[in-house]
Write a protein that binds this ligand. Sequence first.
Ligand SMILES: *[C@@H]1O[C@H](CO)[C@@H](O)[C@H](O)[C@H]1NC(C)=O
Ligand SMILES: *[C@@H]1O[C@H](CO)[C@@H](O)[C@H](O)[C@H]1NC(C)=O
Ligand SMILES: *[C@@H]1O[C@H](CO)[C@@H](O)[C@H](O)[C@H]1NC(C)=O
Ligand SMILES: *[C@@H]1O[C@H](CO)[C@@H](O)[C@H](O)[C@H]1NC(C)=O
Ligand SMILES: *[C@@H]1O[C@H](CO)[C@@H](O)[C@H](O)[C@H]1NC(C)=O
Length: 252
Amino acid sequence: MRYAVLLASMATTLLAAPTLTRDTMAWTPTLAGYFDVVYSYIQQARATGGSPPACDLSKAAMPIAPTPLPTPDGLKLVHVAIGRGVQNYTCANSTATPAAVGAIAKFYNASCVASDYPDLLDLIPTVALSYPVPSGADSPLEPSDLGLSSHHFFSNTTTPVFSFDVSSGPQLGRVTAQKTNDSVAPSNAPVGVNGQGNGAVPWLYLKSRSTTVGDIKAIYRLSTAGGSPPPSCADQPSTISVDYSAVYWFWE
Ligand SMILES: *[C@@H]1O[C@H](CO)[C@@H](O)[C@H](O)[C@H]1NC(C)=O
Ligand SMILES: *[C@@H]1O[C@H](CO)[C@@H](O)[C@H](O)[C@H]1NC(C)=O
Ligand SMILES: *[C@@H]1O[C@H](CO)[C@@H](O)[C@H](O)[C@H]1NC(C)=O
Ligand SMILES: *[C@@H]1O[C@H](CO)[C@@H](O)[C@H](O)[C@H]1NC(C)=O
Ligand SMILES: *[C@@H]1O[C@H](CO)[C@@H](O)[C@H](O)[C@H]1NC(C)=O
């Protein structure tokens, strides 16, 4: 019985929409790798009789950036989310370099994946990039069934905002943040949609500004996929939106 519950829960949490995958998408090594890991977790659950995910965030560990970011000393991990959206840039003229002007993304609750299925966590941004940004307000993140937890946007070109404004979730507030430190993404990070693009955006360490509502003090953007602009504005429109995904870690 418990095993059936677990399989059902893993199936809905991690394996939703396999037919959509087959019908509308190329079967890539990335997708195959993702479903291999999902399958190995199901096998493991079968072997151990299957207990539901504990979702204990004290068990979750952040990957280390190529240039290590400051550690969240004295803080407690309260949420892990997959972000899926676009990074925006503007081009002043054809000889300029694209300038970052913000981003907009939907965030999906991956706290239980981070604590219970860590091998899957870093694969999800790559896989999520193969699917469009979910359009419905309540649509889960394909091909997982992770639910919406928050929204990410910018209040001006240097101020990222993270808003826990989803009524069904716990109210973790509204963070107005400040980029404090960064690292290049690992050299094998996914460059963009379908392996085409200009690279994965940097990994970041962001601190809360004093205008933050709630107790979140630090946010990490890690395991990035895509999002970087073309190297120059030659032949580019005046505004550019580049698809990206990443794992975000929230600390109080
Ligand atoms: C980024 O973090 C590293 C390691 O903590 C530190 O040495 C460096 O000075 C930081 N850079 C900035 C701009 O804060
Ligand atoms: C192109 O835009 C850049 C950035 O705004 C500016 O510094 C540069 O002077 C502009 N060049 C021309 C030819 O207008
Ligand atoms: C980014 O561009 C998208 C269109 O691709 C737009 O809907 C969004 O408002 C822009 N957001 C920011 C912060 O520039
Ligand atoms: C952007 O917003 C931040 C936080 O509200 C503020 O400190 C900063 O001065 C603003 N920058 C610009 C260019 O408006
Ligand atoms: C994320 O999901 C877990 C498990 O269902 C839940 O306990 C937690 O409140 C959710 N967090 C947010 C911010 O939605």
